[in-house]
Ligand binder design. Structure first.
Ligand code: COA
Length: 183
């Protein structure tokens, strides 16, 4: 699906190469805020790097391994939400960020609900995972709000800023997901 509605004020749109300028502009505007948690946000982030990430996800889509949606609030690009799935294991991982000026509107929570519904519905996957660096409470609040279960801490899971970082792992399962039980 190319577009998902998140209500009257927002929607998700498949990110395409022509979105690279708005994507890079928002990251550059929010470098300090985002680089605190996202290892790919560096001082030299630019339109070419944004385009490269979009192209990598389009390749994943071709490989049946992932998708990248822009979160648009009142027609403005405000962040993105990603899926990276492993078809043979029927599992996916969701990732997200938004510009600081778009926080507190429920955009990411709504997007994550839509993407979890999509994973367990159209994609037919069985496990959805969200990992948040220990200490990133705003990020952890998203899966918590949606009823994901805390599974545990995965130690030294990724490298950022000179250190291997521990992450909290949250999971949802297709057979326990409320929207699925109403089908
Ligand atoms: C993590 C991050 C996406 C969370 O952003 P956020 O604005 O807190 O999350 P949401 O968009 O879901 O908004 C939730 C807030 O909106 C409120 N809200 C308003 N309308 C809402 C709605 N319809 N549904 C849900 N929540 C709603 C919630 O109460 C909550 O506010 P609160 O924090 O005061 O309780 C953001 O902080 C971010 O991008 N951080 C930097 C990058 C990052 O850490 N990414 C994640 C890496 S793991």
């Amino acid at each position: 699906m190319l577009k998902f509605s998140l209500g009257n004020d927002a929607d998700l749109r498949l990110l395409l190469p022509h979105h690279a300028p708005v994507y890079s502009a928002l990251v550059i505007q929010n470098t300090d805020y985002l680089s605190r948690w996202l290892p790919w946000v560096t001082a030299d982030f630019d339109e070419a790097k944004a385009g490269e990430i979009i192209r990598q996800y389009l390749q994943r889509l071709m490989d049946d391994a992932g998708i990248l949606y822009g979160i648009f609030y009142q027609e403005k690009f405000s962040g993105w939400i990603s899926h990276r799935w492993e078809r043979r294991f029927l599992r996916t991982e969701i990732g997200y960020w938004i510009g600081e000026q778009y926080q507190g509107k429920g955009l990411v929570t709504r997007a994550t609900k839509a993407m979890t519904d999509y994973a367990f519905g159209e994609l037919g996957l069985k496990r959805s995972e969200i990992i948040c660096e220990v200490g990133n409470d705003a990020s952890a609040a998203v899966p918590q709000r949606l009823g994901y279960t805390f599974e545990g801490v995965r130690r030294k899971n990724f490298f950022r800023d000179g250190l291997m970082r521990d992450v909290n792992v949250y999971v949802a399962f297709a057979d326990e997901w409320p929207s699925n039980q109403q089908r």
